[in-house]
Design a protein around this ligand. Sequence first.
Ligand SMILES: [Zn+2]
Length: 341
Amino acid sequence: MKRTTLRRAAGATVALAALVALAPAYVLLNPPRKWFSARTFTICMASGENSLAAGFTQAACEAGVAAWAAPLAGSGPFSSVVSTSLGNVGFNGNDGLSTISFEDPQRALSAGTLAATTVGYYDTTQSMTTNGTTFYAFTDADVVFNNGIDFTSLGDALQNGANGSQYDMEGIAVHEMGHAIGLAHDPVEAATMFATVEAHDYRKRTLDDVDANGGQHAYAANSQPVTFAAGTQLTVATALLGLSTAAFKPNSKVYARITVLDENGNAVPGASVTVSVTRPNGVVLTGTGTTSSSGRITFNTGTAQAGAGATGVGFILDVTNVVKAGMTYTNPAGPDDTQVF
Ligand SMILES: [Zn+2]
């Protein structure tokens, strides 16, 4: 049984650039701007994200910064540092200090926005031409995650379950850092720089080729575009068990969330996915469904049961087969996820 997840606007920038149809799919901020020298982003961990453990929050934001290192080909200006003394400063203006804050301390973000980045601070008296594009110099950029959003990360979901309507902080951090290096929203759904993201979509942690090409165009001299060509191997990128609710309730259901990608990281829509779920009482359920345009499918496995039960490990999820014409799937040994609720 497939469940349609709610769409929520992701990571709107404070200053939005127009979507200009360029030949390469990436979209730069307008006018183009970038960092002319190394930039450190300080992760404000004084209070952290209330629904995500501090360790997962920190790891998600550090990964968000690090994700751009490779496409920027060593010319990237990014590094991150964690500060417990700075406090959650939020959008602290054009103060020369770039920060990542949580819980939107200034209540600057509208409902439905997951996070936002200031991109409006740049100096038009400084310019640099890279790969044929003239860029102005960024002078500041800050990232703020919204209050009241239930954030998660892949590490958190694997450990604690993909529960309720949670959003992958790491993927959102990568997206916001994309704005912070000079990218605007991309019309390609698979791109990390696409404007919206669904709950429990863990694909956006990994850059799409259009994201990488945008970063390279701005920072890597003589950049050569990369193409993540369509592959032939079916891979289960994530298979996660989680409650339909944020915490265990008598009416909670258990969902199995599957994402199918090819070996090059492209989403595989229209793949037939067969799963086996063993409940804590030993009852085995099976089902088959078809992945959406984003390569994802969610199965409802019925009412949650608490505790490890007869299986000793609670719920057990195994993706037993994935079928798509012209592609092959090899089922790895063992279950794909287990979870005690
Ligand atoms: Zn955005």
